[in-house]
Design a protein around this ligand. Sequence first.
Ligand SMILES: *Cc1c(COP(=O)(O)O)cnc(C)c1O
Length: 396
Amino acid sequence: KKGLFMVPGPTPVPERVLQAMHRPMINHRSAEYEELFGGISNKLKELFGTKSDVLTFPSSGTGSLEAALVNTLSPGDKVLALSAGVFGDYFTKMAEDFGLDVEKMDFPWGKALSVEWLAERLAMDHDHEIKGILVTHNETSTGVTHDIEALSKARGNHPALIYVDAISSLGAIPLKMDKWKLDVVITGSQKGFMLPPGLSFLAMNERAWEAYHTSKLPKFYWDALTAKNFLAKAQNPYTPAISLLYGLEEVLKCFAEEGMENVYARHRRMRDAVRAGAGAMNLRLLADEKVASAAVTTVCMPEGIEGSKVQKAMEDHYGVSLAGGLNKLANRIVRVGHIGYVSDTDILATLATLEMTLLKMGVELELGAGVQAAQKVILESEGFSTEQEYILRTRG
Ligand SMILES: *Cc1c(COP(=O)(O)O)cnc(C)c1O
């Protein structure tokens, strides 16, 4: 069956990237490898918006979340963890498991992390006990993109490091590490990077490297300084995931050809098309427009309709994979991933089959209304004015 993969990770991999990975192994201590890895590592800095090194580890994104903590903190260090969803909770839990003194602040799921709360909390910390602030850039479970730039600004002159889980944003949603004064940024390969799972990335700025030298949490495989020293000769301490690096080299070419501004604009357009389509189908959206993610849209299910049944029907009848709600959102929402190698055409097909699926499940809707709303968003992005659009419509 021909499938359509609309989940927020792992995301579809372009054919040319699959082809690029299909190559023989090379010696990871050879000049050929150094050229490959050195080239990739330099280009990654641009993508992160940083002059600092971007370290690459063979792992899923979580590996680098762990590396971020163990390389900069010591047992008992106080950290603030801001959470408004499953992934915020998960970063919090990790910090707790490492014996950090975690103060968690929960915000409503589907809403943004509060910049005001952070500013007030830090203003109270006269003795600068707080060493770190953990935040999620794009909360994949709720479809909210948090305003990391504003959160970082709210920190002002407080010395706490800011740690950003950018696993479902980098490559799809702009992030400017140096300009926004982010100290530690983490991402993975299987979302915005259009690669299979298996690579994670960690960037630390100068302040974070200073913290490295006093940090006492144990590290060996994840030791960032070891990785940084090897990176200086375009190598890795241990055997790298060579096939995935072949793929990454090709992905970086794709990004350069499309242009990052166009990549980001495509993601915003897909978000707007999905939201317009869901709205026209009378489906409620969990995230407000102002905070809505360009990577994943969380669509609330009508009363009496279980999200998991919609997912299964979409998959079984039309080969369209959606993601379900996580944790307390289970069955209440479906998540439409539009991150990575996804196009406007995929969005139209998804909305069309979602209309058919809901209709069959007894939901009252006008077939085609959602698709039409999305078509309008796409046409407008192509420069069609309302008038031209009217002519197009009445001609038929
Ligand atoms: C997917 C995701 C993770 C988990 O990453 P893995 O690559 O599965 O380890 C963590 N945080 C966010 C925001 C995510 O979207």
